[in-house]
Design a protein around this ligand. Sequence first.
Ligand code: ATP
Ligand code: MG
Length: 227
Amino acid sequence: MHISARRMPMAETALAKRVAAADPVLAVDALHVAYGPIKALRGCSLAVAAGETVAVVGANGAGKTTMLRAISNLLPHQSGAIRFRGASSAGTAPHELARGGLLHIPEGRGTIGRLTVAENLRVAYDIRPSTTPFDAAVERVFQRFPRIRERYEQRAGSLSGGEQQMLALARAVVNPPRLLLVEQNVRRALAFAHRGYVLRQGEIVMEGAGGDLLSEPDMLRHYLGST
Ligand SMILES: Nc1ncnc2c1ncn2[C@@H]1O[C@H](COP(=O)(O)OP(=O)(O)OP(=O)(O)O)[C@@H](O)[C@H]1O
Ligand SMILES: [Mg+2]
């Protein structure tokens, strides 16, 4: 998955410490999340600065989805704190967080199958106020995803898997959020990210520049259980 925040680009070499000190868009502190007796997150901390793209990677079951769902308040946490744009998100409903600009795209989903591509974009656009008119916002989406223009009147449910993924991303950016949370490919996420965190069995075991983590000897084999 990756988490990306817009505005104020930072140097790619920025370290987590600098981010935590610099009034981050998202700050997760010592987060514990359990499903009954199963401790899925055990004291995870991370921060995302404005303009930064941060990857959180880990093997199956490491706790990535749990992390995203907890940040979006789709799951309660047992202890720890989550701050979004400087304020605690405790008690704020997921849809209110989305209106405030915290957007979560679940893996392989996020589109409404019975609506057309156009209608899907309209619903996503209307979630919060925008300074860009809808037609101009859609034109920008078309530039980035030409396939979306070709399929504009088609029902989303009849798009191919890849096209649905494009539509999910198009919905996310048609009215750009402050913070975007996405689930996707590990290597591409790390290669693309400014910084990354490696989750292992509910704990963050490594953090650093995305490219450094990718070239870390044995990182993928040890922590991701994949090659
Ligand atoms: N609803 C649930 N009830 C009980 N245990 C759960 C539930 N959801 C997740 N878990 C457990 O919590 C742990 C973390 O799961 P999570 O879905 O966050 O992993 P993940 O990193 O997203 O994995 P994957 O890469 O396979 O999607 C796993 O051991 C999983 O079995
Ligand atoms: Mg998952």
